[in-house]
Design a binder for this molecule. Structure first.
Ligand code: PLP
Length: 381
């Protein structure tokens, strides 16, 4: 009897929570998460303790995992990011922050005396990573768009010419989705005759679709990046946060250490690694391929265009960086920010048109915003 009661309340709690998630998920507009994915074919894998412990490319003595598919995911994005043949490596991370930490870690092992440069629009996790790694660093001004100020970057590097340069480039800043230009950074190195340099591309937000944007932003290995991190749960879509880091294999070889206990190389930040998230990423690229991802990108850009036009009609200050999914508006009243889970900073807020964002949702938001503006106009009359 008592057991039954417990069973009942367990399913009740879960049902309540599921309903709450269903409702709040339908409202979220400001945070970069894809919705509407269907991974039900992968459900049977939840019965097993998958663990990709160690390096994905070196088999471990623990074999319950998804290494084979993880390698395919790394290979797919290495090719997409135009890595040099036979000089790429990577693994599925727990998210963008871990990928960025990894890039900085590799860079520091190569150039222990370097200074790290990053724009003031850089994601908050980077400061923490620099602190963890104890790396000297300098913040560079951003332009209004959120893109790094190249003149300030050049000037600052030129003052410290004797020291190797590490740059954290943003491929889509968190607030305005601005993309720093890796080719322009390379040109600065050339102009100042900087020989020791490393560029890590933080593509957590838009790295996963940057290759499908026209004109193609300068962000990948062919443009001069040494490592690139992307998120898996943002544009690609995953029920569990995850990401991917890709680096030149020659860089990773410098830090590889063989560990007898796991029978693999200790090249990753965490020891035990999620074996399910590589499955989600593999499944998504398998279903979509380059063609499908390109289509998905175009569809999202269309929705972003639609939202921009609709928002501009009621809020003339609305703006968007070219070819991005992020639309910036002056921060509306708190009730709206909460209701629609808008991301905001200082006086600005944004919505972001990730896969799964419906035009109907945008219409409802625009209507809300319009009413809110009418109300506040009355108040100031
Ligand atoms: C989301 C994001 C990150 C962090 O990624 P997590 O997956 O949350 O760890 C880093 N940089 C940028 C630009 C981001 O948008």
């Amino acid at each position: 009897m008592e057991k039954e009661l417990i069973a009942d309340s367990t399913s009740e709690i879960l049902n309540d929570m599921l309903e709450k998630i269903r409702l709040t998920s339908a409202m979220t507009m400001g945070y970069p998460v894809s919705r509407g994915f269907d991974y039900s074919e992968l459900l049977p894998f939840l019965q097993y303790p998958l663990n990709n412990v160690g390096d994905p490319f070196i088999p471990s003595t623990y074999t319950v995992g998804s290494r084979e598919l993880e390698k395919e995911v790394v290979a797919f994005f290495s090719k997409l990011f135009r890595a040099e043949e036979d000089n790429w490596w990577g693994y599925v991370t727990n998210g963008g922050s871990e990928g960025n930490l990894y890039g900085l870690y590799l860079a520091r092992e190569l150039y222990p005396k370097a200074i790290v440069y990053y724009s003031e629009a850089t994601h908050y996790s980077v400061q923490k990573n620099l602190h963890l790694l104890n790396m000297p660093n300098i913040a560079i001004r951003s332009q209004d768009s959120g893109e790094i100020d190249y003149a300030d970057l050049e000037k600052t590097i030129s003052i410290n010419r004797q020291v190797p340069v590490i740059i954290m480039a943003n491929i889509g800043t968190t607030m305005t989705e601005a993309r720093d230009d890796v080719a322009k950074m390379k040109a600065i190195f050339k102009g100042l005759a900087i020989q020791h340099h490393y560029i890590h591309a933080d593509g957590a937000l838009s790295g996963s679709y940057a290759a499908f944007i026209e004109p193609r932003p300068a962000f990948d290995f062919a443009d001069g990046a040494d490592s690139i991190a992307i998120s898996g749960h943002k544009f690609l879509g995953s029920p569990i946060p995850c990401g991917l880091v890709i680096a030149k294999k020659s860089h990773r070889d410098r830090i590889a250490r063989s560990i007898d206990y796991i029978g693999s190389l200790d090249t990753t930040i965490s020891g035990s690694r999620n074996g399910h998230t590589p499955l989600f990423l593999w499944y998504m690229i398998r279903k979509l391929g380059v063609e499908g991802l390109m289509k998905k990108t175009r569809a999202c850009l269309d929705v972003a265009e639609y939202a921009t036009t609709a928002l501009k009609r009621i809020e003339p200050l609305t703006w968007r960086n070219p070819n991005t999914l992020t639309i910036n508006i002056p921060k509306p009243e708190v009730a709206l920010v909460k209701k629609w889970q808008l991301a905001s900073e200082h006086n600005w807020a944004h919505i972001i048109c990730m896969p799964g964002m419906q035009k109907a949702q945008i219409d409802a938001f625009v209507k809300d915003l319009k009413q809110s503006k009418i109300r506040s106009a009355h108040l100031t009359d």
